[in-house]
Design a protein around this ligand. Structure first.
Ligand code: FE2
Length: 356
């Protein structure tokens, strides 16, 4: 008799009668449960791989090449999807898709909406607009702009310089549950029915909110998150919280305190000069973007060297450690994860440990 420690699981052997019964079962649109159980790993094994896309060597030059070749109205978007080499589909991690998108002066990217939730993080240029449900949202350097699930959105560049940003969407998750709805707006751009900056005036204060019914879920009514606020929060937190090589803050929904989107959480990270973070893993997969600085991120046994503008895919349930290569300047990262999906279903996990 087994004492229950490291007990064998679903090993039923190869008794001919049992094998024949398994065959009978399969002919009836059934599957032996013990066969299913016997092939499951005890922990998730990511299919996606750790990967870095270089801004200077790949993302920016490829986007510049696309300027002349791709019309964003005909193509719906001039974007390049960051396809994870481990996933042979349009996905950067198992649940998230990242892309770089460029809009030239005078161009628009047409209005549409979809069940996939999306965010934009500015990399190059300032002063273009994403119109969200009729409100022009200004896209300034390193700002985060939300286009929540099923919200109308178009992009317009009324400046005299090209703009490029990082898109992150929950498309692979939406496709995995086969819930892709997509609808074009009747016109290429939406009427601007609300004043620019309205969302910020209502919800941007941070420590107070307009009086109204308490809500506990849903996307954030704040649509624009300026980088300066996030960096200030990081620098102030780093003054009082010195336990690690860096500090992290979460962008939040100002009326619920929760994540900015029901499916995607966003975070800003500051690595101290020379800082090395504790080893950490979660079962949330992540897209990291280097806002400023240079360093290396170790994902399990793989080293991803990075510098300003780069984008990293970090698979779920991998040990992660960030290192700032500058001895004098802090480094800043932005990340998006599927943590809200996991938390909603009570299956989020995270662990930390000291040392490499
Ligand atoms: Fe879209």
């Amino acid at each position: 008799m087994n004492d229950g420690v490291n007990r064998p699981v679903a090993q039923v052997g190869s008794d001919p009668q049992l094998v024949a019964f398994g065959d009978d079962v399969r002919r009836q649109a059934l599957m032996p449960g013990w066969d299913f159980q016997s092939v499951q790993s005890n922990e998730p094994v990511p299919v996606e791989v750790p990967y870095r896309w270089s801004w200077a060597e790949v993302l920016r030059p490829m986007m510049v090449k696309a300027y002349d070749l791709v019309d964003p109205v005909k193509a719906e978007r001039r974007n390049l999807i960051l396809m994870n080499p481990g996933l042979k589909r349009a996905a950067s991690t198992q649940t998230l898709i990242a892309a770089v998108q460029g809009v030239l002066p005078g161009e628009i990217a047409p209005a549409h909406r979809h069940t996939a939730g999306a965010l934009r993080f500015m990399i190059e240029g300032r002063g273009s607009f994403t119109n969200v449900n009729g409100e022009p949202c200004s896209m300034d350097p390193a700002s985060l702009i939300l286009t929540p699930q099923w919200s109308w959105h178009d992009h317009a560049n009324e400046t005299d310089r090209p703009v490029i940003w990082l898109d992150v969407l929950d498309v692979p998750f939406i496709l995995a549950i086969n819930q892709w709805f997509w609808e074009p707006f009747p016109h290429e751009i939406q009427p601007r029915s609300r004043p620019s900056g309205e969302n910020w005036k209502r919800f941007g204060a941070g420590i107070v909110r307009p009086v109204g019914p308490r809500v506990h879920d849903g996307p954030s009514p704040l649509l624009v998150y300026p980088w300066e606020r996030a960096e200030t929060a990081l620098r102030e937190l780093a003054e009082v919280d010195r336990g690690d090589g860096g500090v992290t803050v979460e962008y939040n929904n100002p009326v619920t305190g929760g994540p900015v989107l029901p499916t995607i959480g966003c975070f800003a990270h500051m690595l101290r000069p020379g800082g090395v973070t504790r080893l950490h893993r979660t079962n949330a997969s992540a897209i990291f973007h280097v806002v400023r600085g240079q360093g290396v991120t170790i994902v399990n046994d793989q080293k991803l060297e990075w510098e300003t503008g780069d984008v990293l895919a970090v698979p779920h349930w991998t040990w992660v450690q960030h290192e700032n290569r500058s001895a004098t300047e802090p480094a800043f990262l932005f990340s998006s994860t599927d943590r809200p999906i996991l938390e909603a279903f009570g299956i989020y996990r995270e662990e930390a440990r000291n040392g490499a």
